[in-house]
Design a protein around this ligand. Structure first.
Ligand SMILES: N[C@@H](CCC(=O)N[C@@H](CS)C(=O)NCC(=O)O)C(=O)O
Length: 210
């Protein structure tokens, strides 16, 4: 959503009803057999996986933003990819394990292990930022949109401690000054936090009755 906003694309967004498990329905799985969002439909072309979607949108509709956001320099591009694979395979996985435990009703706050896993990703981001001001380059790239989306949303679970992860905390506050983070990411995070807190309250009263 942030990338399409930056590219000025006309998108039609369809909300998937998670609580009703719409993403696991046979109809949805025809679009994405993994049963996850997001899924992009562009004419007769369907693609899932947010990182693949971003690369597709940028390649097809990126214009002069293409080079800025996904540089063609082989090594810079490799570092952007490294960060996006880290986001998909490690950081978002740690984030999602709190989400799953929340949605299945087994927790009303992240466990110590959840926090450790998320903080371990904050430490990876912090280390990436030792070499450069943004996660993959000296300017904002697709990697910051991807990792920044997970890091921003993960604040709902555990805030980035600026004493432990100073570079990560500083990078996040710089990202939050970007127009697209203010207009697209922040409302999404606020909505997510509201839903999660509501489910945690519900889970708490259910678990305490047991
Ligand atoms: N790496 C995937 C992760 C997709 C993903 O897990 N999305 C979450 C919502 S943000 C989801 O659909 N979860 C449902 C589930 O795992 O069953 C991506 O970036 O698109």
């Amino acid at each position: 959503m942030m990338l399409s906003d930056m590219l000025g694309l006309q998108m039609e967004y369809n909300d998937v009803k998670f609580l009703q498990l719409e993403h696991k329905s046979p109809e949805f799985k025809k679009l994405n057999p993994m049963g996850t969002v997001p899924v992009l439909q562009d004419g007769d072309f369907i693609i899932s996986e947010s990182h693949a979607i971003m690369k597709y949108l940028l390649s097809k509709y990126g214009g002069d933003k293409r080079e800025l956001l996904y540089p063609s320099d082989v090594r810079t591009r490799a570092v952007v990819d490294q960060c996006m694979f880290f986001n998909a395979g490690v950081f978002f996985a740690a984030f999602m394990s709190v989400g799953r435990a929340t949605f299945t009703g087994s927790i009303y706050a992240p466990t110590a292990q959840h926090i450790e896993e998320i903080e371990s990703s904050y430490s990876v981001v912090d280390a990436y930022l030792q070499a450069r001001p943004y996660v993959a380059a000296d300017r904002l790239t697709l990697a910051d949109l991807a990792v920044g989306a997970t890091a921003s949303t993960a604040q709902t679970f555990i805030k980035t401690d600026a004493d432990k992860f100073p570079r990560c905390a500083d990078w996040l506050s710089r990202l939050h000054e970007e127009e697209v983070f203010k207009t697209v990411m922040a409302p999404g995070v606020a909505y997510f936090a509201k839903v999660i807190n509501k489910i945690w309250q519900h889970n708490k009263s259910k678990l305490e009755k047991k």
